[in-house]
Design a protein around this ligand. Structure first.
Ligand SMILES: [Zn+2]
Length: 412
């Protein structure tokens, strides 16, 4: 399809123009970038617009509970080696935001699109992607475990028989189960640190066996597929067994896994792993996920941990003790209003760090840390927490709305 320059219909053009106008009004009114409102107006005028905008693009969709924004950035950077890319790099990942992003990319050859998990099947129907990357599935809003299984079911049904090459994580049983309705799957051993949402077999409900890095269901025989790509330490192993070094400016094992998946995706588009991985080095901070800011004369690294799996991944990438750590937890709508998930996260991994606790639910977190036997202090504000932290760069880990609160305060 790439290179097809068939012009948009008058109706589609009108929808794009109206969408841009609405976005401009929204921006002028001080409501952010305006891209979502613009997309909503455009889709209302022309419900098929998303499919039409994607018509001339080779599209890859990226979905997961964690890491989709970063992986979208990595894939976009890799594919730029072979042509112009349009992407919803700012993370507006529902149909309106995606429409708006694609409307700005008429000269692009590739569309690299992050999709909210709930919308994946629908967007895949609309845009006929060439590839779909599925990274992981775990509880997102922190109090909603049962929804994870339903989401996997939705993927499985919605992607069944897709013509896209599906690049899927062989180490996440829910992802494997969702992807196994697809005829053409490239399995990547990308790892899975958070296993608590995958102890029961998604196929039959039986108990999952997990010897070493392997997994299988003792009851129905559902098991880990043999991967053709793998993350191995600081390297990506390609299907020929060659090892390619990963150099990223982004921290942590989770991001190396995202790079491995991105290399497998790039290969589907003809970009070799060496070229893809070299280009990924260009990706620096990912807005709203990892960021180093200066505040009160101190360096703060801001780390978003949206869900239990995210907290665990984050603990694995912070600097070792005695690096000071500030934790902030809220429980507003977007976070999930129940904080019982705190008991699912192994906070003993923070032993040895000086810890300060802030956020709306600092007392819930304090109880949790007390039981974990950790030393910590409780503060009202981030200002106070920074003043109390001993010298050195501070690692500040927060859940969704707490992260936004901190960013507003530290002015970034
Ligand atoms: Zn089973």
């Amino acid at each position: 399809m790439a290179g097809n320059t068939e012009p948009l219909s008058p109706r589609a053009k009108l929808a794009v123009t109206a969408g841009k106008a609405a976005a401009a009004v929204s921006r002028a009114a001080g409501r952010g970038s305006g891209s979502v409102i613009g997309g909503k107006v455009a889709l209302k005028l022309d419900p098929d617009l998303l499919g039409r905008l994607a018509q001339h693009l080779d599209v890859v969709l990226v979905s997961a509970t964690n890491g989709k924004t970063t992986t979208t950035r990595l894939i976009a950077e890799a594919l730029r080696a072979s042509g112009p890319v349009v992407s919803n790099a700012l993370g507006a990942n529902m149909p309106a935001g995606i429409t708006s992003a694609l409307a700005g990319g008429s000269d692009a050859k590739y569309g690299v699109i992050e999709v909210d998990e709930k919308y994946l099947a629908g967007v895949a129907r609309d845009v006929t992607p060439k590839a779909i990357a599925l990274l992981n599935l775990s509880r997102d809003q922190l109090d909603r475990a049962a929804e994870t299984r339903m989401l996997a079911e939705k993927w499985r049904e919605g992607l069944s028989g897709t013509k896209a090459v599906v690049i899927a994580n062989a180490d996440d049983p829910l992802v494997v189960w969702a992807a196994s309705s697809c005829p053409n799957v490239v399995w990547v051993a990308a790892g899975q640190e958070w296993k608590d949402d995958a102890w029961s077999c998604p196929a039959c409900g039986g108990v999952m066996q997990r010897p070493g890095d392997d997994w299988f269901c003792g009851e129905c025989g559902f098991r880990r597929p043999a991967p053709s790509w793998a993350l191995s330490g600081d390297h990506v192993l390609d299907p020929h067994g060659s090892a390619w070094p990963i150099h990223l400016q982004l921290p942590g094992r989770a991001n190396r896994a995202n790079a491995a998946t991105s290399a497998a995706v790039a290969a589907v588009f003809g970009v070799p792993p060496q070229v893809a991985l070299e280009r990924m080095y260009q990706v620096q901070a990912v807005a709203g996920r990892y960021d180093v800011v200066s505040f009160q004369g101190r360096d703060l690294r801001l780390l978003l941990a949206k869900n239990p799996a995210g907290w665990l991944e984050t603990f694995s990438l912070i600097d070792p003790p005695p690096t000071p750590v500030i934790l902030s937890v809220n429980a507003r709508g977007a976070d999930g209003t129940d904080t019982s998930w705190l008991w699912d996260v192994d906070y003993t991994r923070l032993a040895g760090h000086p810890i300060v606790v802030i956020g709306d639910r600092r007392l819930d977190l304090a109880v949790r840390l007390e039981v974990a036997g950790l030393d910590f202090r409780v503060c009202e504000t981030v200002d106070e927490a920074v003043q109390l932290s001993p010298p050195g760069r501070i690692e500040l880990i927060a859940n969704y709305t707490a992260f936004q609160d901190v960013r507003r305060r530290v002015g970034n």
